[in-house]
Design a protein around this ligand. Sequence first.
Ligand code: SF4
Length: 383
Amino acid sequence: MGEEQKSSLRTATLELLRNKEGRPATLPFITRVTELSKYLSLNKQLQDEIEKVSTVFPFRIPEFYLKLMDKENPLCPLKMQSLPSLEELRGTGEADPLGEEPASVTSSFIKKYPGRGVFLAGVQCAMYCRFCNRRRFVGRQWNTKSSWEESFLQMERLVDLKEIIVSGGDPFMLPVSDFAYVMERLRAIERIKIIRVSTRIPVVYPDGLSRDHIEALSGIPSLWIVIHINHPREVSPEFIDAVRRLREIGANILSQTVLLRRVNDCARVLHILFENLVTLGIKPYYLFQLDEVMGAGHFKVKLEEGIRIMRYLRKNCSGLAIPHYALDITGGFGKIPLDHRYVKRRKGNEVYVESPAGVVGIYTDNGKKSVCTSCGLCEGYVN
Ligand code: SF4
């Protein structure tokens, strides 16, 4: 067989495998320093550092994401988010900053808030972000599948449950058959009206969002996809295409962004990111202050800087492009909004409010007290 024939046979075989799973035949992830050196020029000291840190916190970067990096720039925001750094071993922080362990019903189901729960579909991600608030188990030996059935059973019993957040790890890292099974089981629970899927795959490994994964989502009446994205450089043509494919099945798309020192702690960078997202039909949902997670303190941004950034965004962007700026305090007490305090003071009915541009005006707060009109809508309402 000639070289040309061999090559086309190989392409045809790869295509066949791709069609079977709807994904490329080989998963193109870099997990070893030696492989990484083929893409980035790393001196010996850097290689040793990465090796050392990755024995404590696993590292994995998709080939796709590496290609988006600015190879020449040591402060490339994509490198900062994905390359292990010695600073991870120096800082303090919590293993479980959101207090998820005490709220775990099973190893795959967390119930912290009224009306909604989190289903941990798996622990694999295409990339292990260096500031992940679930790094205590993400990328490690942790089996959530063994408790799936118990979790579905518990969900069926919970009378207040209306919304499930499918998270992990990245749910799209599940094999298609498992992913489709999870969706089928969740849809079968009549009380669940909203399914939310949290993912970073469209950003870091868009090929991982196979057509079969998307097919498994189609027909869900209230489907929300929340995409974790932190920087305008992450908006690639492939990301745009993944978003388009999700929108084609009627998914509502939101974004969440973590405010990270030396990555995106700049009002203009976030302005560009959020306006780009709105143009693509994605509503910026949350800008998170970094959680107190172990080994990530070097990414922390001062609160006053975050507030300053939000003030700039309010003044300069369309309201569509403004996310909620919020933090979770350690222990899992829920999200606390951190926006600029617009109400300055009150004198009788006069409330002094400050606009994002710094202009103080008076609002006359003389509405009458709200009363129940006995409309009856609340009868039998849980919560
Ligand atoms: S994609 Fe999300 S869950 Fe996975 S490592 Fe990054 S932040 Fe953590």
